[in-house]
Design a protein around this ligand. Structure first.
Ligand code: G6P
Length: 372
């Protein structure tokens, strides 16, 4: 009913708008007064976490993209090798696991059969399993050794939005917590990022306030067949997520690529007026990557692409090459997906509406897939 949708036309719009609160709620009570993380609810002892020599993340769909981003954070802040794998592929390749492996299963519903089977397999090998889940008491957390709940509230729209942002928050918390518990040379950075994370809901809110041009752009592209997405570093999974949203909602051919791979194949797809969304890393921090992406934008534009550039406020290097420029607030490099994903959600939702598609219940999809 209209009341359930809180005055929005679709649950998805409501859920996109709820993201600042979902993010804040997922952080609530997990950062103490001294600015350290307190995750006692994760019932795996600090001593055990210090023994972990490998992290393996399993998930499906949008949750898999959260896992891909988590890998960058976990390896950077903890120096523990981290793999991320589609849950449906995991157990069938006889993965190498033992009691020192920490397996993280990410699932909004907690009922996805592929993910459940992957975690059962991990536990049979003696690994500890930590669930990141949005649904209290669901099967995946019940069968895991520990759970860190995301507090997105119920997500009704099939295409995941607020659950994804909270999965990212939970992944960052786990990565930072592992770093904190194990003590790495990144101690100061970890403390600074925890501070920035505690402010990030405001940045998500600011993105939401500036989305009208994105909606307008989406409507103007309703007749297109294909949209490509490029990103690098944590912007690569964001590009994949942007493409997934467009497939799910607009039923368009959409593909995400690592921008560095462009020259190894995808650049052959570029033709006159093809929309290409580029997620630009912060010019601060890993600025080498920033410069490389700016070259990519120039390359594809020279071949006729219509460039839709998502870049940090104040990043002027991209301006001459952007046919459409979407600004996002500056964040620490690893946290950028929390703000960069939002315009892509809005873009896909508006395109779906413009194409007359059912936003909350896309054809052929289910909110949670309880068969393998
Ligand atoms: C389904 C949904 C996707 C979701 C995936 C994983 O395919 O349509 O939106 O990302 O399942 O769901 P989970 O509940 O495990 O996060």
């Amino acid at each position: 009913s209209a009341a359930e949708k809180g005055g929005y036309d679709y649950f998805m719009l409501k859920e996109i708008a709820e993201q600042p609160k979902a993010v804040a709620d997922t952080l609530l009570g997990r950062i103490d007064a001294a600015g350290s993380l307190s995750l006692d609810e994760v019932r795996i002892s600090a001593a055990e976490l210090r023994e972990v020599d490998k992290v393996v993340i399993v998930a499906c769909g949008t949750a898999f993209h959260a896992g891909m981003i988590a890998k960058y954070a976990i390896e950077h802040w903890t120096r523990i090798p981290c793999e991320v794998e589609l849950a449906s592929e995991f157990r069938y390749r006889d993965p190498i696991l033992d009691s020192r492996s920490l397996v993280i299963a990410i699932s909004q519903s907690g009922e996805t059969m592929d993910t459940l089977m992957a975690l059962r397999h991990a536990r049979e090998q003696g690994s500890r399993v930590l669930a990141i889940c949005n649904t209290n008491g669901s099967t995946i957390p019940r069968e895991s050794d520990a759970v860190l709940y995301t507090h997105a509230g119920p997500e009704v729209a099939v295409a995941s939005t607020k659950a994804f942002l909270t999965q990212l928050v939970a992944c960052y918390l786990v990565a930072l917590y592992l770093g904190q518990v194990r003590g790495t040379k990144w101690g100061d950075e970890i403390r600074a990022v925890i501070r920035d994370l505690s402010q990030i809901a405001g940045a998500v809110d600011r993105v939401l306030e500036t989305m009208e041009p994105v909606r307008e752009l989406a409507r103007s592209l309703a007749g297109k067949d294909t949209v490509l997405f490029l990103g690098r570093h944590v912007g690569y999974p964001v590009a994949l997520e942007g493409a997934l949203k467009l497939k799910e909602l607009a039923y368009m051919h959409a593909e995400g690529f690592a921008a560095g791979e462009l020259k190894h194949g995808p650049i052959a797809l570029i033709e006159e007026d093809l929309p290409v969304v580029v997620v630009v890393p912060s010019p601060r921090g890993r600025s080498v990557l920033h410069d490389k992406i700016v070259s990519n934008i120039q390359e594809i534009r020279a071949r006729g692409a219509r460039t839709i550039v998502i870049a940090e406020e104040g990043d002027e290097a991209v301006t001459p090459y952007a046919d459409h420029l979407v600004r996002i607030p500056a964040t620490p490099v690893l946290l950028q997906p929390l703000v960069a994903t939002v315009p892509l959600q809005v873009f896909a939702c508006e395109l779906a509406t413009a194409r007359g598609n059912e936003v909350d219940q896309p054809r052929n999809l289910a909110k949670s897939v309880t068969v393998e």
